[in-house]
Design a protein around this ligand. Structure first.
Ligand code: SF4
Length: 497
């Protein structure tokens, strides 16, 4: 009988992709994935250390499993991802019933770790299976993807009939070299390693052949992508975009996240402008409007340089949609400096911003170097003020879209979570959370659908659930701060697009 596996993912798109790949490898070894951990023989949490909230959820999940592990010693519990790497074996002090620990830079080893824990019963004997990046050779920034066994994890991607691939992620770069003072990623994911263009293109083709309509390329600082070939030639990020666009003509939408405000070449902007199937959308975190605070954050640019990039992008593509991230209440932030962030949001007219109150994260430079000296109530007030300004900006830019017909990728039934439920999400989160329901009932049901435009705007409209996964033209009839509302365009209805 196949062993049952439950895998829960926290954090960013990179973790979602890692989970998908790990799941594929474990399935190939005979594991069957289940929807509830009570049914599982192996329980794995793929974790995130960027926000305290996500870590707390994992701590509480692990605490809930303590009694079950005592009653079922053969149960295997694994923690993978950034918390595993950041906390290391300290994690066992709090949760000695965890059997497997694997950092995000070592995930290619996970199948054998799980195999050891399950088959040899090391979990039951109290022995642990551990793979952390620590000081392994992957720390070397000269390491090429071709020499990296982690590349095999990405290449192992298998698509089975019934897998949901309409929207898919493809990694192009691992790790980060920026060392922003508030961030753990360079320590948990290691230095930047760029994947060979041929492997990336092959993966995008494979997904498109299997039915993907939108592929999002992933990298922590994606515009840094550059691959050095054995013969000395280099492929830049712009060249990679052109190559994918040309090599995979059947893919309707190509996106990428996350961009770093520096080192974004004109050539990459030209590629976005020239290639009709690349979505004109950028997620480019500014983090702050004050040059002094940006320096404390070690971001490596000034607000003037950030604005210059935004203006350059809009110079090439006046209709581009841009989203950003901000931290309020960074140590020593003054009221005047906070107002510089407010001015930046007004000046740059972001589609939306993800706004977070600073909280010191273990393992970062900032926690050691700076006192967390902005009182909580001031952080909260600044957070709400910035949120209100962003909402005004979003409402204005959304209003400009009323009357237009936009292509929408239908994600499923829209179900705006109730105000009560929404309060469970970080208060600063600008984006509303939507839930998509899988199509289980084949009969057409007129319902409220939700989807996204090429510019990543959320659109709601009436339609039947069988439209999930399709690209449709929707005429925008009204707008709110965060959502557009519309109806299926006439041509779409008549052509049954
Ligand atoms: S660019 Fe900065 S914030 Fe982004 S992953 Fe790298 S260190 Fe973290």
């Amino acid at each position: 009988m196949p062993r049952k596996l439950y895998l829960e993912t926290f954090g960013c798109q990179m973790n979602v992709l890692d989970s998908e790949l790990v799941l594929g490898q474990l399935r190939a070894q005979g594991y069957e994935s289940v929807d509830h951990r009570d049914q599982a023989d192996v329980i794995i949490y793929n974790t995130c250390s960027v926000r305290e909230h996500a870590e707390q959820k994992v701590w509480s999940r692990l605490g809930e499993l303590r009694e079950r592990k005592a009653a079922e010693p053969n149960l295997v519990i694994g923690v993978i991802g950034c918390m595993a790497e950041r906390d290391g074996t300290n994690l066992f002090k709090r949760h000695p019933h965890v059997d497997v620990l694997c950092g995000p830079g070592e995930l290619d080893k996970l199948p054998s770790l799980v195999h050891n824990a399950v088959v040899t019963g090391t979990g039951a004997k109290g022995e642990r299976q551990i793979a952390l990046m620590g000081n392994t050779s992957r720390r070397s920034s000269t390491l090429s993807a071709a020499e990296d066994t982690l590349e095999l994890l990405d290449l192992s991607r298998s698509i089975s009939p019934g897998d949901e691939v309409t929207q898919a992620y493809v990694r192009i770069t691992r790790g980060c070299n920026k060392f922003c003072t508030y961030c753990v990623v360079p320590y948990t994911r290691g230095p930047e390693v760029h994947r060979p263009p041929a492997n990336i293109i092959e993966e995008v083709k494979k997904l498109t052949d299997a039915g993907s309509k939108e592929v999002t390329l992933l990298g922590q600082t994606i515009n840094h992508y550059h691959y050095k070939h054995g013969d000395g030639r280099e492929t830049s990020f712009a060249e990679l975009l052109y190559q994918i666009h040309e090599a995979v003509p059947d893919l309707p939408r190509l996106r990428f996240v996350t961009s770093f405000p520096r080192d974004f070449s004109d050539q990459a902007l030209q590629a976005m402008r020239d290639c009709s199937r690349i979505c004109r959308y950028l997620h480019v975190p500014a983090q702050h409007g004050s040059d002094r605070v940006l320096k404390l954050m070690n971001r490596g640019y000034t607000s003037a340089q950030y604005i210059d990039f935004i203006d350059r992008a809009r110079g090439y593509m006046p209709d581009i949609s841009i989203a950003s991230d901000f931290i309020v209440g960074f140590p020593t932030e003054t009221e005047v400096e906070f107002q510089q962030t407010v001015e930046l949001v007004k000046r740059c007219r972001f589609k939306n911003s993800f706004i977070f109150k600073y909280s010191p994260r273990p393992g970062t430079i900032a926690i050691d170097r700076f006192e967390d000296d902005v009182p909580e109530e001031i952080k909260r007030r600044r957070n709400n003020e910035l949120l209100a300004v962003q909402q005004q900006v979003s409402a204005q830019s959304n209003a400009e879209l009323v009357g237009q017909t936009l292509e929408v990728m239908v994600e499923g039934e829209s179900k705006l979570v109730s105000r009560q439920a929404r309060s469970a999400y970080p208060a600063s989160q600008v984006e509303l959370k939507w839930e998509s329901r899988q199509l289980t009932d084949p009969s057409p049901v007129e319902t409220q659908l939700v989807g996204r435009t090429r510019g990543d705007q959320v659109v709601c409209f009436q339609g039947d659930l069988s439209l999930k996964g399709q690209l449709l033209d929707v005429q925008i009839t009204s707008a709110q701060n965060l959502t557009l509302f519309g109806k299926l365009a006439e041509a779409t209805v008549s052509q049954g697009k």
